[in-house]
Design a protein around this ligand. Structure first.
Ligand SMILES: [Mg+2]
Length: 217
């Protein structure tokens, strides 16, 4: 294999952070949790599954069951579909262009890694013309580190043998790439200095569309 590219989705390929978070809160309300701490950075792991387990533990003294997570995800996905303006998404056009450009490169494969649950993730992937593509999601794992490891596995790559590039907008994405031993490109508002303070080898671009024909290739 040549290069495996691992993409975060929310805030990296799509402008979906706000519609995702508001749909998540609304789904929690229908799940019976009307007043929850919506400072997501205060949770130990920033993944839909880990946060749901944490809220269940605080309110019910136990983790969510697999069945509860699946039910929650189906409701979250339908709420998200209502709230996300896919055609008005400010990042989508340049992401479609980048994904098309990468598809034409014989030596490169792509896999997605996201803190969102599986059903809501597939709504986003459909919006990127990638419905059903391999994706490591919060339905399978509960930590950012495990998310990257799962993406590497799904991509059929091996650390140390293949070139693996992780691309994300979160500082936790930079940290997870460092701990997994893969390259990292930070995207967007945190800026080059913030990303390199988390991951000294991190590269940086302002938006993901800047990666078409970028020097990192
Ligand atoms: Mg993100």
């Amino acid at each position: 294999m040549g290069t495996l590219v691992i993409f975060d989705i929310d805030g990296t390929l799509l402008d979906t952070v706000f519609p995702h978070q508001s749909s998540y809160l609304s789904a929690l309300g229908r799940f019976g949790f009307k007043s929850v701490d919506a400072d997501w950075s205060g949770y130990p792991e920033h993944l839909d599954s880990a946060i749901l387990h944490e809220i269940m533990r605080a309110n019910c003294g136990r983790r969510a069951t697999e069945n509860e997570i699946t039910r929650f995800d189906v409701d979250l996905a339908s709420e998200f579909r209502r709230r996300w303006n896919r055609t008005g998404d400010s990042l989508r056009a340049s992401s479609l262009e980048l994904l098309a450009w990468l598809r034409d490169r014989q030596d490169t494969s792509v896999v997605f890694a996201t803190g969102g649950l599986a059903a809501v993730t597939d709504v986003k992937l459909q919006g990127l013309g990638q419905g059903g593509s391999p994706a490591a999601t919060a339905s399978a794992v509960e930590t950012r580190h495990a998310l990257i490891e799962r993406a590497i596995l799904l991509g059929g790559a091996t650390v140390g043998r293949d070139r693996i590039v992780s691309i994300g907008d979160g500082l936790w994405d930079a940290r997870a790439a460092l701990s997994a031993g893969v390259e990292f490109v930070g995207v967007g508002e945190h800026g080059a200095a913030a990303f390199t303070s988390e991951n000294p080898a991190a590269a940086h671009v302002n938006e993901v569309g800047d990666l078409v024909r970028h020097a990192i290739w």
